[in-house]
Design a protein around this ligand. Structure first.
Ligand SMILES: Nc1ncnc2c1ncn2[C@@H]1O[C@H](C[S@+](CC[C@H]([NH3+])C(=O)[O-])CC(=O)[O-])[C@@H](O)[C@H]1O
Length: 321
């Protein structure tokens, strides 16, 4: 099983120590209700070789390398284990010459977000819905003091731990398998990211309040989500699926989102980027068996989803507590 005790030790003497009142018990309960695949995935992480990287780059990529390359056999073994953790959705990772070419080019999103952030150097950061943790490593690459990601999906925890093992077991980032709604309000993080999560939440204003509860006063929220064109009163609530996803609830316009953020008490709210999702950013690769964006769009008209809604467009909003 994945051992969270090093994380408890790490936070015991920091401003996250209040979390120790609830977290160990929550994670014990979480572990009890994990399913069979979790134990299998943890074993795969255990089977990964212990390699020591001479070079690690988290600033321009997520990459580890040795001064001398792996043998063909060693590399095949690494690919074999890592492929058992498919589907790999968010990346890419370059680990000892193995290129995990994930469905999403998460580096594209990072490039859209990073120029607008307050410097991450020495910050304590929460990444809500962190997936396999790609952006967490890039935050570490920007000099963050500590990055905590939360994501309830068991596979993503195991992918994160696999990558961590191949990054010299770096402990500056940690993934905690909880949903944001399960977190006690800590009010200590300097920056809170919520990227790609808001539209999955049934109650978007509650989500925004929960994000605010995790920030220190003056701290920065980075919110990235699907948006549609329209005015302050425009919000799409898909009847059934949106781009084949059944768990999409609210897709507001930028003006509507800014209004929501101001209503829950954020200040200095500004939209810093809007971009259509391209077929270069989300596409099928050898690291997933599932469908991808091309299958979610109207084959005759890529400006629409297969259900006839506007095709995915995403905005980045920054705000302060
Ligand atoms: N209640 C919840 N609390 C926390 N996480 C959740 C919750 N519900 C779902 N998630 C997690 O939020 C992530 C959303 S993906 C964005 C990944 C990354 N941030 C990215 O910007 O590329 C976007 C997408 O796949 O649509 C998934 O990893 C879920 O498990």
């Amino acid at each position: 099983m994945i051992d969270f005790r090093p994380f408890y030790q790490q936070i015991a003497t920091t401003n996250l120590s209040a979390w120790l009142e609830t977290l160990p018990l929550q994670l014990k309960q979480w572990e009890k209700q994990t399913h069979g695949d979790y134990a299998k995935w943890v074993k795969i992480v255990d089977f990964l070789p212990h390699l020591t990287a001479d070079q690690i780059d988290l600033k321009t990529a997520v990459k580890s390398a040795r001064d001398f390359p792996l043998s063909d056999g060693e590399q095949q073994r690494l690919v074999y284990h890592l492929k058992q953790l498919m589907p790999w959705r968010k990346g890419p990772y370059h680990l000892y010459g193995v290129h995990i070419d994930c469905e999403w080019r998460s580096d594209f999103k990072w490039d859209r977000v990073l120029p607008h952030l307050s410097a991450l150097q020495d910050r304590t950061i929460l990444d809500v819905g962190c997936g396999s943790g790609y952006h967490m490593w890039r935050m570490v690459g920007e000099g963050a003091k500590m990055v905590v990601g939360i994501d309830p999906t068991e596979l993503f925890l195991c992918q994160f731990e696999a990558v961590r093992k191949l990054l010299n077991n770096d402990r500056r980032a940690n993934l905690i398998p909880l949903g944001i709604e399960q977190m006690q309000p800590l009010g200590v993080f300097d920056t809170v990211f919520s990227m790609g999560v808001l539209y999955h939440r049934k109650s978007p204003l509650d989500h925004l309040s929960q994000l605010k509860d995790q920030l220190r006063k003056g701290g920065e929220l980075v919110l990235e989500t699907l948006v549609i064109d329209g005015d302050v009163n425009t919000v799409l609530v898909p009847a059934d699926r949106y781009a084949k996803m059944k768990n999409v609830y609210f897709i507001p316009s930028v003006a509507c989102l800014i209004n929501w953020l101001q209503k829950v008490g954020f200040c200095h709210v500004r939209c810093v980027d809007e971009a259509m999702t391209t077929l270069e950013e989300q596409r099928k690769t050898d690291w997933l068996d599932n469908e991808s964006l091309i299958d979610f769009l109207d084959p005759e008209d890529h400006s629409k989803t297969i259900e006839g809604y506007p095709a995915p467009k995403r905005a980045v909003i920054i705000a302060n507590k």
